[in-house]
Design a protein around this ligand. Structure first.
Ligand code: GDP
Length: 306
């Protein structure tokens, strides 16, 4: 099955909900009313939904579905959204960054709470960049969870990526420093650094992540070039609140959204781009290695609305 077919299948819950509730052939005002409910139910968010509905109405297009696709693509592309928000005087969200799959720099710091699919995502990203000719290395920086390190170790062995590991409970900032030095020494193109994701302990996760980021910069000035948050689509708006905290602490440059195959809230990508001002880099729609692919707004909207 092609990626597009898998994406369509992965988004089926969200797509079917929208399709069921929107009477596309009826009177336009009736369609827009139902569409508003459908988009909010899909977690697109109230602000973005109202903007999209207004745009579809103002477009004067007969084909409302086509107008909707265009309006949604704008919401999902940081560049287009920035231009639009500026035009309507709403641009107050700092730097909305440009989407590119080529990482800036050679170290990607990966953050996110436990269970979102962070370790699996790191492995899949490793494989993705390796298949594009990059020499990849992992740092098993979740030293708090022995299983986390072991899991990444197994992936590394399977796909032939060296993994820098430390003993359980060791200092993750020191390990990240070693890994960043090792990347330079071994001439690897890309280092993906895993981090802890526990939420409820006496040690502050955000403080720890700041330290990890700082020690990477100490070993390799200018790095990490990227800080990507892994977010589970099933957690919807809750995940968005977490994302804001990560963004404040370590300054995100991108988001990877996983588990889109398990949710009817696929619209959550819209508020992610809007609230965080960072691009969606990759999306995950399953557990297989090939179920993670670069995000393409046009493709996504097409799969969502059919
Ligand atoms: P971590 O605790 O964040 O490191 O999470 P893991 O990488 O261990 O993943 C947790 C679970 O989510 C595993 O069973 C993964 O196979 C699963 N998972 C990861 N990504 C996806 C996805 O895109 N879709 C689905 N359905 N499951 C996923």
């Amino acid at each position: 099955m092609s990626w597009l077919q898998r994406l369509r299948e992965g988004l089926s819950k969200t797509r079917e909900n929208i399709a069921k509730s929107v009477p596309w052939n009826r009177d336009p005002e009736e369609v827009l009313e139902e569409l508003e409910y459908a988009l909010i139910s899909a977690d697109v968010g109230v602000e973005a939904t109202q903007e999209v509905i207004e745009e579809v109405r103002a477009s004067g297009k007969k084909d409302l579905r086509e107008a909707l696709k265009q309006a949604l693509v704008v919401q999902l592309e940081p560049d287009l959204l920035r231009a639009k928000l500026r035009k309507v005087g709403l641009f107050n969200r700092g730097n909305i960054q440009k989407t590119t799959i080529e990482p800036a720099g050679q170290v990607i710091l990966m953050v996110g709470v436990n269970g979102v699919g962070k370790t699996t995502t790191i492995a899949k990203l490793g494989q993705y960049y390796q298949s594009r000719g990059k020499k990849v290395m992992f740092c098993a920086g979740d030293t708090f969870r022995a299983a986390g390190g072991a899991q990444l170790g197994i992936w590394g062995e399977r796909i032939g990526v060296p993994v820098i590991q430390g003993p359980e409970g060791s200092d993750p900032a020191a390990l990240a420093y070693d890994a960043a030095m090792a990347r330079k020494a071994r001439g690897m193109d890309l280092l993906l650094v895993d981090t802890a994701g526990r939420l409820h302990t006496k040690h502050n996760l955000m403080e720890e992540l700041v330290k990890v980021k700082r020690s990477i910069a100490k070993a390799d000035p200018g790095e990490p070039g990227e800080v990507w948050l892994v977010l589970d689509a099933v957690t919807g708006q809750n995940g968005l609140e977490q994302a804001k905290k990560f963004n404040e602490a370590v300054g995100l440059t991108g988001v990877v959204v996983t588990k889109l195959d398990g949710t009817a809230k696929g619209g959550v990508l819209v508020p992610i781009v809007r609230e965080l001002g960072v691009p969606i880099k990759f999306i995950g729609i399953g557990e297989a290695a090939t179920d993670l692919q670069p995000f393409d707004a046009g493709e996504f909207v097409e799969a969502l609305l059919g």
